[in-house]
Structures are given as structure tokens and as C-alpha cells.
Design a protein around this ligand. Structure first.
Ligand SMILES: Nc1ncnc2c1ncn2[C@@H]1O[C@H](COP(=O)(O)OP(=O)(O)O)[C@@H](O)[C@H]1O
Ligand SMILES: [Mg+2]
Length: 252
């Protein structure tokens, strides 16, 4: 439900949902992710976070929405190749401009400006940020006119020499941008297998509206997915067995 105030009158609207594209997941979420929410998809390397993102974007394309995929992990070519191997083809939608893939280089000083400008363009109904971990571990610079050139790369030695590094604030900055853009967002976070947090930075899970945890059980040769948190949604916490097949992740 959403409360909308109009000249002293309050109208209650039904919460709209976005299909995830992951077979079996929407049924666990009363129809899908709440529209205009931010969901953190967390898990160790190889647990299927990026594949989840491909499916979420492919579903958006299928539903005629405009989508943005921000990647920090992988060059676009490698990402498209992995998706193609799973039978997910983005090429036609890239050509029509329905989806945009943007590789963000962590060593560029204007990475935040580039990213936030794109997010706030207001063009997109679905946005993926894969992954937030490199950003959460990197300091940013504020109020320093020297850090303005896009071609400049970061000298990590400067970081300790008092050039206004501000850690953590930028997580709020990114999440705020996603919230302001009114899109439905999926943000991934790398997790060491032994972690008890839902993100490596220990903060993203509090800023997000939802948390989906992916895990691996090598001994049993099993993969799992659990919904740990989802705004305005009654859901089970029970880890679901999943498999990665042609088309991506599905609950079994
Ligand atoms: N075409 C495929 N068919 C089946 N499984 C795949 C395929 N491609 C990748 N996988 C599985 O998915 C894993 C990678 O998933 P990915 O989403 O890239 O993980 P993460 O982003 O969490 O690191 C691989 O380690 C492999 O186990
Ligand atoms: Mg990945």
C-alpha cells in the first residue's frame, strides 16, 4: 500500500510489483519486487548474483521497460558472453536503446558523477548495480577542486595523505540516487562464505528495502536462495533450493 496525500485527503494505493524473471521467486514475493524498491542480492563468488541481474534486466526488456545495467566487475563483452551462454540475448535491446550497459572503472575519479548522472537521468524503470562492493571499499573525495578531470586516475597513495577521503557516505549517496530515480533496483554485494552480515560493508542491507541471500553448499553440491527481508511483503525465510540452467536461476 502507498499513502498519497492530496489536499488534505489521503488515498491508499495498492503496492505494485515488478516480476523478477527468476522462475519461482515471484510466487514467494506476493508477485515480485515492490515497485521503486532497492533489493540487495548478496552471496559469495559464483553464487549467481550476476545471473540474477541478467534475468531481472531481461524480464524488464520483455515487459517493455527501459533498463540500465551498471557493472564494476566485468567488461561488457564478457558479461554479454556469459548471458548468451545461458540463452539470454541482450543485443537486440542494446541496438534499440531499450537497455544500456555501462562499465564503470573503479580507478576513475569521476566514477560517482558518471554513475549518479546516469541513474538520475530519469529514463530507467529498472537499474542494476553489479556490484556495490568495490565502491563500498573505496574512499571518495569531496570539496577538492583538484579532483575534477575524468581522465585522471586515482593515486591510492594519496588516500592516506589527507585529501578528504570520506568512507561510507558514498553508500548512502548511491542508494539515495537509486531511491530518487524512482526505478526498481537490484544491487549486488560480494560476501565471504563465512559472513554473518548480508553485505561485505555491513551497511547496504540496512539501506536496502529487500535482501536476497544466495549461498553455495559444495559438500551437498547444492545452491540456495533465501529472502531475508522485503519491504511490505510477507515471505518465508526458508532457504530455497535453486539450480542454474538455461535461462538462468530457477527455484526447484
Ligand atoms: N551457462 C551456464 N550454465 C550453468 N551454470 C552456469 C552457467 N554460467 C554460469 N554458471 C554457474 O554460475 C556461476 C556464476 O554465476 P555468477 O552469477 O557469475 O556468480 P556471481 O556473480 O555471484 O559471482 C558459475 O560459477 C557457474 O557455477
Ligand atoms: Mg558477478
Amino acid at each position: 500500500m502507498a499513502l498519497i496525500q492530496e489536499e488534505n485527503r489521503v488515498r491508499v494505493e495498492k503496492l505494485e510489483r515488478e516480476h523478477t524473471g527468476v522462475k519461482g521467486l515471484d510466487e514467494l514475493l506476493s508477485g515480485g519486487l515492490p515497485k521503486q524498491s532497492i533489493t540487495l542480492v548478496s552471496g559469495p563468488p559464483g553464487s549467481g548474483k550476476s545471473i540474477f541481474c541478467y534475468q531481472f534486466i531481461a524480464k524488464g526488456i520483455e515487459e517493455g521497460q527501459k533498463c540500465l545495467y551498471l557493472t564494476l566487475d566485468k567488461k561488457i563483452e564478457g558479461l554479454l558472453l556469459q548471458a548468451t551462454e545461458l540463452g539470454i540475448t541482450f543485443q537486440p535491446a542494446i541496438e534499440t536503446g531499450q537497455v544500456k550497459f555501462l562499465f564503470l572503472n573503479i580507478n576513475k575519479k569521476l566514477i560517482y558523477e558518471t554513475m549518479v548522472n546516469e541513474i538520475l537521468s530519469g529514463e530507467y524503470q529498472r537499474i542494476v548495480l553489479d556490484s556495490i562492493t568495490p565502491l563500498s571499499e573505496m574512499p571518495i573525495y569531496i570539496n577538492n577542486p583538484e579532483f575534477t578531470s575524468e581522465t585522471e586516475t586515482i593515486d591510492h597513495d594519496e588516500i592516506t595523505s589527507g585529501n578528504f577521503p570520506v568512507r561510507r557516505l558514498h553508500l548512502h549517496y548511491i542508494m539515495n540516487a537509486l531511491e530518487t530515480s524512482k526505478c526498481t533496483a537490484v544491487v549486488t554485494s560480494e560476501l565471504p562464505s563465512s559472513s554473518t552480515n548480508y553485505s561485505r560493508d555491513g551497511l547496504s542491507e540496512f539501506l536496502a528495502d529487500g535482501v536476497i541471500l544466495l549461498s553455495l553448499d559444495p559438500t551437498m553440491d547444492r545452491r540456495k536462495m533465501a529472502v531475508m527481508k522485503m519491504r511490505s511483503t510477507k515471505h518465508t525465510l526458508k532457504p530455497q533450493n535453486i539450480e542454474i540452467v538455461r535461462g538462468g536461476i530457477q527455484i526447484i
